[in-house]
Design a protein around this ligand. Sequence first.
Ligand code: G3H
Ligand code: 13P
Ligand code: ZN
Length: 283
Amino acid sequence: MLVTGKEILDHAHKNGYAVGAFNVVNMEMLQAVVAAAEEEKAPVFVQTTEGALSYAGVEYLSVMVKKAAESVSVPVAFHLDHGGSFDTVMKCLRNGWSSVMIDGSHFALDENIALTAKVVEAAHACGVSVEAELGRLGGVEDNISVDEKDAMYTDPEEAKRFVAESGVDYLAIAIGTAHGKYKGIPKLDFDRLDTIKKDLNMPIVLHGASGVDAESIKKAISLGINKINIDTELRCAYTDKVREILSADPDVFDLRKIIGPARENVKAKVIEKIRLFGANGKA
Ligand code: G3H
Ligand code: 13P
Ligand code: ZN
């Protein structure tokens, strides 16, 4: 069932769990995510980046994801991940996305607020909810200095102003995670998360969660993270299985025997994450 992101995240915020937000770029990834959510009776976000829009096409994605969402009983939010411009957001609003992220995190605070407020006005007029980001991801070195942290990580005072002036529905914050594969062990700034959650009392989003250990994820959820983005670990689940099959049998050429098992491997990974996040049985 297709619902807005806000509907899903308000429930997670009130009940203290996190919803998995999984990036998809093709039919097999989408089927894996939706089948896992249905089996686990979990609400879920299916999300697409601008890269996914140009790879698969806005209309193809729109038709596929809406069909997939309608074919299951659990709530599914169809989300734009890291939307880079007002134009991209408008394309998604016209094509049935039920949640959009506008990522103005690389802009100065005032510019980020202005862009986000403009997106909020347009999206809310269409009944679609909005995520924005404050602070910058990356910088996962163990020895990051306090000054560097303060420059990159989300500032709690700025977060209060950002939410009040932009009207955003859920906020992505920077507390030490990074996109992609980690070189070292990510260490999250839990005190910062605790302060921000208490100040804002709204759904909070964690990006770059692939490769973060289970204990840190559980602690982040206990302190108020409600949406957790996973992309890299799903890409690896898919491509590891493809590599395994091709190297075990160099003569295989029936696509279904290659990407069918890859789809199963992604589904297993999504189930593992849904359980870790405590979203199973919440739909
Ligand atoms: O943050 C999102 C992704 O992990 C990067 O995805 O390569 O589709 O832009 P992309
Ligand atoms: P990972 O690729 O590190 O899982 O990050 C996903 C993400 O934040 C998508 O927005
Ligand atoms: Zn992200």
